[in-house]
Design a protein around this ligand. Sequence first.
Ligand SMILES: CC(=O)N[C@@H]1[C@@H](OP(=O)(O)OP(=O)(O)OC[C@H]2O[C@@H](n3ccc(=O)[nH]c3=O)[C@H](O)[C@@H]2O)O[C@H](CO)[C@@H](O)[C@@H]1O
Length: 342
Amino acid sequence: MLPLAGALKQAGFRHSLCTTGQHRDMLAQVFAAFGAAPDRDLALMRPGQAPVALLSSILAALPPVLEELRPDLMLVHGDTTTALGAALAAFHAGIPVGHVEAGLRSHDLTRPFPEEANRVAVDAIAALRFAPTAEAAANLAREYGAGRVIVTGNTAIDALLAMAGSLPQPPAPALPRILVTAHRRESFGEGFRRIAEGLRRVAARGDVELLYPVHPNPAVRGAVHEALSGRPGITLTDPLDYPAMIQAMRACRFVITDSGGLQEEAPALGKPVLVLREVTERPEAVATGVVRVIGTDPARIEAEAALLMDPGEYAARARPVFPYGDGRASARIVAAIREFLG
Ligand SMILES: CC(=O)N[C@@H]1[C@@H](OP(=O)(O)OP(=O)(O)OC[C@H]2O[C@@H](n3ccc(=O)[nH]c3=O)[C@H](O)[C@@H]2O)O[C@H](CO)[C@@H](O)[C@@H]1O
């Protein structure tokens, strides 16, 4: 959202940046990287808080803020519980909602959980739906008709290209590096055990190193450290700050992940992605061949990683593709907002 905030400011709109504090430790460094700061920090994150408890705190904390600020529009991004809570609170206050990253659908309400349901609910409420792709816009048109859907690209790609452009080319690692992230709720338990076994098999090749920045959610951290800590060829780290994450993507050979953002970012940086999910809401990069959805079967993870170690196969699948935006999403969103507010 920070590129969009910058574009709004430049266009002469007054805005107020409000954070709920969901993932607050990961948020501070993002603001720092963009030289920005929140205007309001609701500081609602509590240890061990389930998404539904966070949702109820947002619904309690936001109304007085909205009452005070009385905005003409509330903008939310993506599929977090924060986005859902903010959209609901704005809707109840009679404030129109603009949804950035609208229309993504895995078409399975339980995967990713709870994000798919969050997206559907936010889109239902939104007065303006900013779809990253034509396919996302088509999903919205099927559900709500074509009105108030604008294909803009994702502001996440604005952020990525701006930040990557300001960083030097990272040095090449000694051994080919595979960047790994996995933190989806629907993978907790058996899914993580299978993913860990797959990663151990990949590391056992001996000709690669795996770099895994581990999500701070205690349910993720515990399981990952127990399964993978101390394994040769596997480095577990704390989450990387955003510029370091971009450098890690640029320096790696390919990415293995269940994340959503990385399915957009890594292809824009020319890196193949193996997705540890059964379904994705981002089919566009899959269609280019740069991203492949492989599930969590350890043998499949091992085999797909082996394929990407093959020079010919790699050359065919490692190229920059930009299905999720050209870095100008914020400008398009600002133009649409200007028209909407009149
Ligand atoms: C279900 C799903 O697909 N939802 C996605 C979800 O994102 P997610 O939960 O899949 O999260 P990630 O994509 O992994 O990361 C987020 C960002 O943080 C960077 N990052 C990551 C690890 C690290 O150590 N250092 C970092 O800097 C990374 O590069 C990226 O920019 O929420 C977003 C908001 O609503 C949605 O837009 C998006 O649909």
